[in-house]
Design a protein around this ligand. Structure first.
Ligand code: IMP
Ligand code: MG
Length: 176
């Protein structure tokens, strides 16, 4: 119901404009090359779908799913690969696409895992970045928006499996 929808944190329009800008930068940076885009499931799927439709390069899309420790983002020790990519990326330019990178995210483990497959280059694009309380250094090449510690949903991001379908980034109210 409308009255229960999360409040708008980043509008659909602002997201679309930002994605267009990121896609232009990616198109320029990889001019003359082919790209393998690795979409990290599930949170990256909406951003990835929007981004690849604005990138003007020949590209392949692969999907990589890793297990989360729990749905609220509390991570523990290792990262488990639930679904690996299906092609060889040896000698290829690879762009990892995430929905959100936050303090307890396993971005560096993902990069280590992908790097072990021997790509020619590996860069990172994320729609959202939560730098607060970051426990280790992370490098992001293409960032949509830097946000505070708010828990957000929409554009592929969920709360207990819900709200991924929202076309904007929303913030949940206390009663949601
Ligand atoms: P997913 O649960 O497979 O969609 O992966 C999304 C990742 O983002 C998980 O590691 C979540 O725990 C993490 N995450 C961090 N902050 C947020 C947030 O504010 N909303 C939704 N997911 C978040
Ligand atoms: Mg989640």
């Amino acid at each position: 119901m409308i009255e229960n929808d999360p409040e708008v944190f980043i509008s659909e329009d602002d997201i679309a404009k930002r994605i267009q800008t990121l896609a232009q930068a990616i198109t320029q940076d990889y001019q003359g090359s082919e790209l393998v885009v690795i979409c990290i499931l599930k949170g990256g799927f909406c951003f990835c779908a929007d981004l690849i439709r604005k990138i003007e390069l020949p590209l392949n899309v692969e999907f990589l799913a890793v297990t989360a420790q729990n749905d609220l983002g509390i991570s523990g020790a290792g990262m488990k690969v639930a679904k690996d990519i299906n092609v060889s990326i040896k000698g290829k330019h690879v762009l990892l696409v995430e929905g959100i990178v936050n303090s307890d995210h396993r971005l560096n483990q993902l990069l280590k895992f992908i790097n072990s497959k021997g790509p020619l280059s590996l860069k990172v694009a994320t729609l959202l970045f939560k730098p607060a309380n970051l426990s280790e250094q992370v490098h992001i090449d293409y960032m949509g928006f830097e946000i505070d510690q708010s828990f957000v949903v929409g554009k592929g991001l969920d709360y207990l499996g819900r709200y991924r379908e929202l076309s904007y980034i929303g913030k949940l109210n206390a009663d949601q």
